[in-house]
Design a protein around this ligand. Structure first.
Ligand code: SF4
Length: 73
C-alpha cells in the first residue's frame, strides 16, 4: 500500500513512531517520515512510500494520528 505523511500538518508528536516504528520515524525536522526501507519521496512537505500490505500497524498509526496527517491508498 501507498503511505503518505503530510508534513505540513504533522506536529511531530511521535505517536505513529510509537505504534509503528517499522514504517515511521522522526526526521531531523521533527516531523514523521517513512523509513528508508520503504520511502520513495521525502521533502519538506511530504513523505511517501510503498509498504507491504501485511504491516498492519500502519492502520493503527492512521487511526491514532491526532492531526490526520497519515493517509493510505
Ligand atoms: Fe505527525 Fe501524526 Fe505521526 Fe504525530 S502521529 S508524528 S502528528 S504523523
Amino acid at each position: 500500500m501507498k503511505v503518505r505523511v503530510d508534513k505540513e500538518s504533522c506536529i511531530g508528536c511521535g505517536v505513529c513512531v510509537s505504534v509503528c516504528d517499522a514504517v515511521f520515524e522522526l526526521g531531523d525536522d521533527g516531523k514523521s517520515k517513512i523509513v528508508a526501507e520503504y520511502v520513495e519521496k521525502d521533502d519538506d512537505t511530504e513523505s511517501v512510500g510503498t509498504v507491504p500490505d501485511d504491516i498492519e500497524c500502519v492502520k493503527d498509526a492512521v487511526e491514532q494520528c491526532p492531526t490526520g496527517s497519515i493517509t493510505t491508498e
